[in-house]
Design a binder for this molecule. Structure first.
Ligand code: KIV
Length: 258
């Protein structure tokens, strides 16, 4: 386990963990100064490629985007999602994790699932691959509409068990996606590793959001998403100004010419 991961674990009950996604160097470079974890999420499938499911994202895409992100990340922990169908069994998971780590120089991988990935997590951790867990809504296995989890007693018990099994298996943290406040709080209090919430209330040890949503590059209308900037508007206005100046020959002036 590297020092950055130890630092993340030590934050539990002391200071909130901040995580944002990045898919390229330029965004990574900016957010690196502000976050503890940069996540190359397979959400890039929907955000960048307009896929209707993250299942269409493959390992090559994750590696290429993570290589770009790596160039911008100097101090944060860099975590890369293993995409769908790349960790179906222990040997496949280890082979692909090692490939991702070697090619992207990331610090850890994230995989989705609780009890069902117990053996895989144990195998990865035993072989020196740090793993971030992910339970609640797990987009790689969702069929149909996304629906928040943990409303019924059955669902609450399953989530709690999943979190406890993941902790025992050796993950250094768990992403809780779209789960009800009471069970997010219960899970956070019942494990010694940090929980990082996305739509999982203030009770988690940290929060993660998709950068493109946070910066207003997407039109996401999701309950838990808060837009902190309107980059789309800024780009619109810059593109329009550029167009006007090109048409009116105001650009390029001598200053911009050889
Ligand atoms: O793919 C992703 O970006 C994620 C986060 C939303 C947690 O898994």
């Amino acid at each position: 386990m590297n020092n950055n991961i130890r630092k993340i674990i030590r934050k539990k009950n002391k200071s909130k963990i901040v995580c944002l996604t990045a898919y390229s160097k330029n965004i990574a470079e900016i957010i690196d100064k502000h976050v503890d974890i940069v996540l190359v999420g397979d959400s890039l499938g929907s955000v960048l490629y307009n896929y209707n499911t993250t299942r269409k994202v493959n390992l090559k895409m994750m590696i290429e985007h993570a290589k770009s992100v790596r160039m911008g990340v100097k101090k944060s922990l860099l975590v890369v999602d293993l995409p769908y169908n790349t960790y179906r069994n222990k040997s496949e998971a280890l082979r692909n994790s090692k490939l991702v780590m070697k090619q992207t120089k990331c610090d850890a991988v994230k995989i989705e699932g609780g009890l069902v990935v117990k053996d895989i997590v144990q195998h990865l951790v035993k072989n020196k691959v740090p793993v971030l867990g992910h339970i609640g809504i797990t987009p790689q296995t969702v069929k149909g509409k996304f629906k928040s989890k943990g409303k019924t007693e059955n669902e609450k018990n399953k989530l709690l068990k999943d979190a406890q099994v993941l902790e025992k298996s050796g993950v250094f943290g768990i992403v809780l996606e779209c789960i009800y406040t009471d069970i997010a709080k219960r899970i956070t209090n019942s494990v010694k590793i940090p929980t990082i919430g996305i739509g999982a209330s203030v009770h988690c040890d940290g929060q993660v959001l998709v950068s493109d949503d946070v910066f207003g590059l997407t039109d996401a209308k999701i309950k838990f998403v808060k837009k902190y900037a309107n980059i789309k508007k800024a780009i619109n206005s810059a593109a329009s100004k550029f167009k006007q100046e090109v048409k009116s020959k105001k650009y390029p002036t001598k200053k911009y010419s050889y």
